[in-house]
Design a protein around this ligand. Structure first.
Ligand SMILES: Nc1nc2c(ncn2[C@@H]2O[C@H](COP(=O)(O)OP(=O)(O)OP(=O)(O)O)[C@@H](O)[C@H]2O)c(=O)[nH]1
Ligand SMILES: [Mg+2]
Ligand SMILES: [Zn+2]
Length: 292
């Protein structure tokens, strides 16, 4: 039988087979030998051990459309990255790193700023401006008040979407609001440090009907730019693309060179200062990493 891995906990993989139900499966030794770890989202073949107890063995992992490292999931069509407008305060560099990794893997991203009930109009406007040319769709929501939820539901339809973002921003709450019958555990943001406490510990794929899957994942607090060369970093900032050919020098890094069209656009306010500053910071980081 063929199904999809919905979650993996302690060596067990829970495989949903359409029309037959959920099977608790073990991965056989062959995967370990091949150094291939089954991922949430994988399409797999299973041998049923007991139809009564709903147990089985994973036998084959079907070829993946794609595989993310952080979070470690397979076969996604898009990412819904959730940050809170406040509580916890957004770490924009973390968001920018995430966008770079997704851009590199060519996974479309929807940025959702949740907890809009805690934000002023000015704050929302600033966020919109900073990310409007980032190549991502930008949304605002309040899982608490149900605002923005119909729009999210519409964007998810018929796709497999991975939800990602720091702890405490409201990923599980958003899922619960979208699908009231699945009640994922949620946790209050710690009063003292205004940070989440990692309530969700395992990635889990939820079937919302009509070929729509949404993946809840544990929050992350840091992200290392992997396998990226400083010379390619600029290509992962889509707002630079329009200016790329107008710089005086071919291969302009948009940092020190004279006659740089990106810096010109920055001065004119067409490119976000925050995004540009992060680009420079990350460029430096990649340049230093190479020396080791
Ligand atoms: N004010 C406000 N609070 C919210 C909103 N959405 C979620 N919360 C609260 O934020 C806290 C964290 O929500 P979770 O859904 O557990 O966050 P999470 O992103 O799943 O966190 P992890 O599982 O740790 O990664 C809970 O106390 C929620 O009630 C919102 O739109 N507005
Ligand atoms: Mg959660
Ligand atoms: Zn330039």
């Amino acid at each position: 039988m063929t199904g999809r891995i919905m979650k993996g906990i302690g060596g067990f993989y829970y495989v949903e087979v359409e029309g037959a139900g959920l099977y608790e499966c073990r991965a056989k030794g062959i995967f370990r030998n091949k150094k291939m770890k089954p991922n949430v989202g994988d399409i797999v073949d299973i041998d049923v051990i007991s139809e009564e107890e709903k147990t089985g063995n994973l036998t084959v992992i079907h070829k993946r459309k794609n595989q993310l490292i952080r979070p470690m999931v397979a076969n996604v069509d898009q990412a819904l990255v959730i940050f809170a407008v406040h509580e916890p305060e957004p770490n924009f560099q973390l968001l920018n790193r995430f966008l770079i990794m997704m851009e590199k893997q060519q996974i479309p991203v929807i940025i959702c700023f949740n907890k809009m009930d805690l934000a002023s109009e000015e704050e929302k406007e600033q966020l919109r401006q900073d990310y409007e040319n980032s190549g991502c769709r930008v949304l605002f929501s309040s899982a608490r008040e149900g605002e923005g939820i119909p729009e999210i539901r519409e964007l998810l339809r018929g796709k497999t979407t991975v939800m990602a973002g720091p702890s405490g921003v409201g990923k599980s709450s958003t899922l619960n609001t979208i699908s009231p019958k699945t009640q994922m555990e949620t946790g209050a943001v710690s009063e003292k440090i205004k940070r989440g406490r990692h309530t969700t510990r395992h990635s889990e794929l939820i079937y919302l009907g009509e070929e729509t899957f949404l993946m809840d994942t544990p929050g992350f607090s840091s992200l290392y730019l992997e396998d990226i060369d400083k010379e390619e970093l600029r290509f992962y900032f889509p707002e630079f693309a329009d200016y790329e050919n107008q710089c005086r020098f071919n291969g302009c890094s948009h940092i020190h060179e004279p006659g740089c069209a990106v810096k010109q656009a920055l001065e004119e306010g067409a490119i976000s200062r925050m995004r540009y500053d992060d680009y420079c910071y990350l460029y430096e980081e990649l340049a230093n990493a190479k020396k080791w």
